[in-house]
Ligand binder design. Structure first.
Ligand code: NDP
Ligand code: PYC
Length: 332
């Protein structure tokens, strides 16, 4: 498919499911970006997830995000129960303005339904010359290290660093061993998963994707990923007055919708600390990137940027079975 075809399909499916034009456009752009950058778990596959969420009745289809300023360097957007993408879009300009003015600013998205990758958001902030961090809880699917009962969400952490004249340094990963979407794709393809991705409902390690989905996922990096998952719960849950992953799961009450809750985004202007010395210090950062790449290691984001360059020319390949499901959705 060409990227324009992906966009038209995504907007059509989302509008057909009842989303307002603003929401459909904002959500569609993140799906196009996911497909374009080779992130299958957060590309057009997510149309199935989004429409299932809408069908649960737990997504406000025409919510109008409300932007407020709880303090000088803080922005809050009440998403009104709509998808997070439009809430971020509406909060971003004020976040950028405040980061430039105060050197650092934070944006809390509240009361949003979240199924998206976070890198499009941190990347958008690096385009403004800002360093950015983003965090969001999800549903309680992940067991803490040492346990087998779900407590945490897949709780991604994304980081972006602007690089003058270059693609930004961006990483974005779940604090679970892998994103849940990846396990769903394995289940759809009938493929086993590695036995360290999760447990079945009895707490035994398993390679059966469906069993992990109904059991518990594992954190990455043992106790370290577990502690980071707990941090995401805290700073993008209670700290901003929103739900933990367990609370989101309880609110869903078995309906099978996407996580409902909050997201925290931090933006830092390098000039805030460095003033006139900013260019010199950002250049010093380049030495670190060079030291990584010259030994043959790759930077996070480099696979995505390569996929992006390819997709812009060649378009993208969508698996036939997924394409058939999407066409069925598009035809109502
Ligand atoms: P991956 O494990 O696929 O990738 C994680 C990061 O590591 C990427 O930035 C990737 O860069 C980088 N990376 C991967 N391999 C290497 C390598 N060999 N060397 C250097 N860097 C590498 O991500 P996850 O499966 O953990 O998460 C996928 C997506 O799911 C994320 O975008 C996340 O935001 C999303 N998600 C969203 C949730 C939500 O609640 N909204 C919940 C959980 C996940 P590159 O992309 O270039 O490969
Ligand atoms: O893939 O883990 C995931 C996920 C959860 C919410 C959005 N993506």
């Amino acid at each position: 498919m060409t990227l324009d075809e992906v966009r038209t399909l995504s907007r059509g499916v989302l509008s057909g499911a009842g989303l307002s034009a603003d929401h459909a456009a904002a959500v569609a752009e993140t799906l196009v970006a996911g497909e374009r950058d080779g992130c299958g778990s957060h590309g057009v596959y997510r149309l199935l997830v989004a429409t299932r969420s809408i069908a649960t009745g737990r997504v406000s289809k025409d919510a109008v995000p409300v932007v407020s300023e709880p303090a000088q360097a803080l922005v809050r957007v009440d998403g009104g129960g709509g998808f997070a993408q439009l809430a971020f879009e509406r909060g971003k300009p004020l976040l950028v303005e405040k980061a430039r003015k105060f050197g650092i600013a934070a944006l809390a998205l509240n009361n949003v339904v979240h199924f998206a990758a976070l890198w499009p958001e941190v990347e958008a902030l690096t385009e403004q010359g800002l360093v950015a961090l983003a965090f969001t809880p999800s549903h309680a699917w992940v067991a803490p290290a040492g346990g087998t009962e779900p407590v945490f969400g897949t709780n991604p952490i994304a980081f972006g660093w602007p690089r003058p004249g270059r693609e930004p340094f961006v990483f974005d990963f779940a604090t679970s061993a892998v994103a849940r979407g990846e396990i769903e794709l394995h289940r759809r393809a009938g493929k086993p998963v590695p036995d360290d991705w999760g447990y079945d409902a009895d707490g035994n390690p398993t390679t059966d994707a469906a069993a992990v989905l109904s059991g518990a996922m594992r954190t990455f990096g043992g106790h370290k990923g577990s502690a980071l998952a707990a941090m995401v719960e805290l700073i993008a849950g209670p700290l901003i007055g929103d739900m933990t992953s367990k609370e989101s799961m309880a609110a869903d009450d078995g309906a099978g919708g996407s996580p409902l809750g909050g997201e925290l985004v931090l933006a830092i202007d390098p000039a805030g600390f460095l003033g006139a010395g900013v260019a010199e210090h950002l250049t010093r950062a380049e030495a670190m990137f060079e030291a990584i790449e010259t030994q043959g290691a790759r930077l996070p984001g480099s696979r995505r940027y390569a996929a992006r360059r390819r997709s812009l020319v060649e378009g993208v390949r969508v698996p036939a079975s997924l394409h058939a499901d999407l066409m069925a959705l598009a035809q109502g």
